[in-house]
Design a protein. Sequence first.
Length: 370
Amino acid sequence: MTTQTRQERAERSSRPSRPEVRVVPPPAQLADDLVLDIRELSVQYGYGENAVQALKGVSLQLGRGEILGLAGESGCGKSTLAYAATRLLPPPGVITGGEVHFRAVDGQEHELLSLSDNELRAVRWSDLAIVFQGAMNSLNPVYRISRQILDAIQVHRPTWSSKQRQDRAKELMQLVGIPAERLRAFPHQLSGGMRQRVMIAMALALEPQILIMDEPTTALDVVMQRQIVEQIVQLRDRMGFSVIFITHDVSLLIEIADRIAIMYAGEIIEQGPAEELYRRPRHPYTRGLLKSFPPLKGPKTELTGIPGSPPDLANLPTGCKFHPRCPFAMEKCVTVEPVLQISPAKPEPGRTVACWLHEDEALLPQELAR
Ligand code: SF4
């Protein structure tokens, strides 16, 4: 296929669009064993006239044992989505709509947004764990690592004997690849990578079913980043938990994720199996993101980035939110918002995209049609 000019694409885009919007089912391999099912979740920051919409009707599924990567530039709603889904959203964030269904291993289902605080606490501590952004800096500098891990275990396992807690602390350290002797160290005696591993060990203390990691490797060098992501995959393989891994570096996700969802201006604009999304991005924004970070391995590639900056949530563009930065924008993009759907032009299992270029294969530029 030849590359079209902007004018050609504009002419084609003014053709009547397909009447029906395809309903997007969860990927077939996930449908039977979902651990988390986020439906139409909306969040705003602030109240009344000053409120800004930070998430707009986001639906996302997480399979049991799956590692789902959530990527996008800062301020696109990744952390808001994770914190809202677990009801950890700090004020002035307000959940304005949606449901979050959590299915435990015993098959029991809970709708997290309608649980009482006590019910939620029981689910959250035992089944959901979060490693917050910059967590490694939240270790208390004046206490040894052992005390901090033992305290965390004691809060959640008050009936355990001291010996049981100490055995568990050693086991957790070994699980994340740190010799148990280092339990006696103070945080400043450990490298950044080790401190981050300690935080992961603490998050795994209660054997959660879902581990949410918010930019867990951002402050680390690439070698350490790689070691941490490899370790998370190994732990998942061994313990079977599911992971939501949040990062602005989509190239890191190819090392760890089974599936990737890309966010922009509070919405998911593309999702699909990690390898396929990485090799053949279908959305212009995803393509730009991939060209913003060097891959952790493989040949050198030219980094071109994305022109401009993410939109102000208080003053979002009309139509496709990405249109002011999109090199392929057409007339229709400025006025009509695309929906996330299986691409009519390039239908692929488990993949969805929100972009008008996919209405017709002839509209797709070569770089998005490979
Ligand atoms: Fe670009 Fe958005 Fe138009 Fe797609 S729908 S071509 S991403 S402006």
